[in-house]
Write a protein that binds this ligand. Structure first.
Ligand SMILES: Nc1ncnc2c1ncn2[C@@H]1O[C@H](COP(=O)(O)OP(=O)(O)OP(=O)(O)O)[C@@H](O)[C@H]1O
Ligand SMILES: [Mg+2]
Length: 270
């Protein structure tokens, strides 16, 4: 019984994960013994200085990069490659350029074996939700950067993977759309029980959305701090953002990240 409840709890786990890129002559160590655990159903954010290894960590979890050493698990299973259980929204919001907007959104659902009706209805709903009505038959190259990012979000949100891995998913959006997308993500997360790990540079975004916030050190990245939120995410945005819990969480994370950024800048100047 105990083993069963432990595995039901398993969301995302990295233990002492290191990653070195290169052929031996010009190596870059992106991660050094990074350890992080996100329990199933929780929303976690990963923050830290630019170039510290956040995307690398996410791609290792997605199965697109393999670690040089360490243990990587998703839902209690060892990660050996990409899988439909893990949906990834990349920093460059990569879309399939040969598919239309609607076909991109339908892709994951079709791979999951959804019925024609379900695919059609879900695509329609997401075109509306993401303010992309009238663009379903267009190709990614015909869209603006912000629109492409919304298609990438729709494509991944639409099939509700067990684990959602997001790399700065709202970076290309104006602040109004960004807030709408954050609230849509929050709503989806609450209704689906997904486990989320999101990389972001926006500490307000991290404090607004997350149960857990992990701070990474300068490169080679490892986890140097973990903050747990006491915010009730069922509350309205205004109530959350004006609460003392939000301010305190944001300030703690800000100070922690600032320390790491200062350390990485002093290294550059030295
Ligand atoms: N495929 C690769 N080959 C060689 N080096 C790489 C590769 N991918 C990442 N790196 C290096 O690993 C380090 C970490 O990069 P990564 O993209 O993970 O940082 P990041 O924390 O996501 O930065 P940012 O916040 O700017 O997106 C960098 O020094 C980068 O140059
Ligand atoms: Mg990155």
């Amino acid at each position: 019984m105990q083993a069963l409840s432990a595995s039901q709890d398993a969301g995302i786990s990295l233990r002492e994960v290191s990653k070195t890129f290169g052929d031996g002559s010009q190596n870059v160590t992106a991660l050094h013994q990074a350890t992080l655990e996100v329990k199933r159903g929780r929303f976690a954010s990963l923050v830290g200085p630019s170039g510290c290894g956040k995307s690398t960590l996410l791609y290792i979890l997605g199965g697109f990069e393999s670690p040089s050493s360490g243990v990587v698990e998703a839902l209690g299973r060892s990660v050996t490659g990409p899988g439909i259980d893990r949906g990834v929204v990349f920093q460059e919001y990569a879309l399939f350029p040969w598919l239309t907007v609607s076909q991109n959104i339908a892709y994951g659902l079709q791979s999951k074996g959804a019925s024609k009706e379900e695919v059609r209805d879900t695509v329609h709903r997401y075109l509306q939700l993401m303010h992309l009505e009238g663009f379903g038959a267009r190709y990614p190259r015909e869209l603006s950067g912000g629109m492409r990012q919304r298609v990438a979000l729709a494509r991944t949100f639409a099939y509700e993977p067990d684990i959602l891995l997001l790399d700065e998913p709202f970076g290309a959006l104006d602040s109004q759309t960004r807030e709408l997308m954050q609230d849509e993500l929050l709503r989806m997360w609450q209704s689906s029980g997904m486990t989320v790990l999101m990389v972001t540079h926006d500490l307000h975004e991290a404090a607004y959305l997350s149960d857990d916030i992990y701070v990474m050190s300068k490169r080679p990245g490892r986890i140097v701090a973990h903050y747990t939120s006491t915010i009730d995410h069922a509350l309205e945005r205004e109530q959350i953002m004006l609460s003392p819990q939000f301010t305190e969480l944001h300030n703690q994370v800000w100070l922690s990240v600032r320390e790491q950024v200062k350390a990485s800048l002093s290294e550059v100047q030295a």
